[in-house]
Design a protein around this ligand. Structure first.
Ligand SMILES: *Cc1c(COP(=O)(O)O)cnc(C)c1O
Length: 230
């Protein structure tokens, strides 16, 4: 298992680098986040042993059990929507939060971060296709709340995150990734400051996402193999 995981990691890192170069950027301009949800600490430790240090989890409770069993110098990202009632627990655990999708939630997190003297990196989640089952800002709401979001203390707003609708071919996701980048460009102009981060791309489509400007791809099954259906 350890050999397979190390091989997968090497392959994905190579592909990330090649796609980044294809996109006209420096080789290291896109980060790989290894999504470790559902995998136990012993399995995550194999990826750490292969030299990787940043991991994504989507459930606060699961992460709470796993993080103490792994080395302290790892960097943990919460991916997916953050529930308000989990925020107080989540903020001390995670260095990066990818799922803030309302001003109310952002204000609440800003208060906790200030109180606990934390300064998490934040990606604002956007629901590009306005899918009912998915969390995330609709673009217009985000445009209208941007100024206040950027003025909140305690939160380091990096940029945008999306989980586009499922597609049958990776290339079909390209327009969604381009749309997130264009929204980001618009917000940068409107907000008068840079939003360098684009958290987009998963196992099935990360190379396409990088070609469209992703700065961090969230990859799970291409490293660990298939998760058990939950
Ligand atoms: C599970 C998950 C991923 C990783 O998915 P894979 O297809 O296994 O790479 C990425 N982002 C989010 C938000 C997830 O929940």
């Amino acid at each position: 298992m350890a050999d397979i995981i190390a091989d997968n990691l090497r392959l994905v890192n190579e592909r990330v680098e090649q796609a980044t170069i294809r996109s006209g950027r420096d080789a290291g301009a896109c980060e790989l986040l290894v999504v470790s949800k559902t995998w136990p600490a012993v399995t995550v430790a194999e990826v750490v042993a292969a030299g990787h240090l940043s991991f994504g989890e989507n459930k606060v409770q699961e992460a709470e059990g796993k993080i103490p069993d792994l080395p302290e110098h790892l960097r943990w990202h919460l991916i997916g929507h953050l529930q308000r009632n989990k925020a107080r627990k989540a903020l001390p655990l995670f260095d990066v939060i990818h799922g803030i999708d309302s001003l109310k939630l952002a204000r609440y997190c800003a208060n906790i971060a200030t109180e606990l003297d934390l300064n998490p990196d934040i990606y604002l989640q956007v629901n590009l296709a306005a899918e009912e089952r998915k969390a995330g800002y609709c673009a217009d709401q985000l445009k209208s709340e941007l100024d206040e979001l950027l003025s909140l203390p305690g939160l380091n707003i990096m940029g945008l995150m999306c989980i586009p609708p499922a597609v049958s071919h990776p290339d079909d996701a390209r327009p969604w990734f381009a749309q997130l980048r264009e929204l980001r460009d618009h917000l940068e102009e409107k907000g008068g400051r840079q939003l360098p981060g684009l958290s987009m791309g998963m196992s099935g489509d990360y190379e396409v996402a990088i070609e469209e400007g992703s700065t961090i791809v969230r990859v799970g099954s291409a490293i660990f193999g298939k998760r058990d259906a939950l």
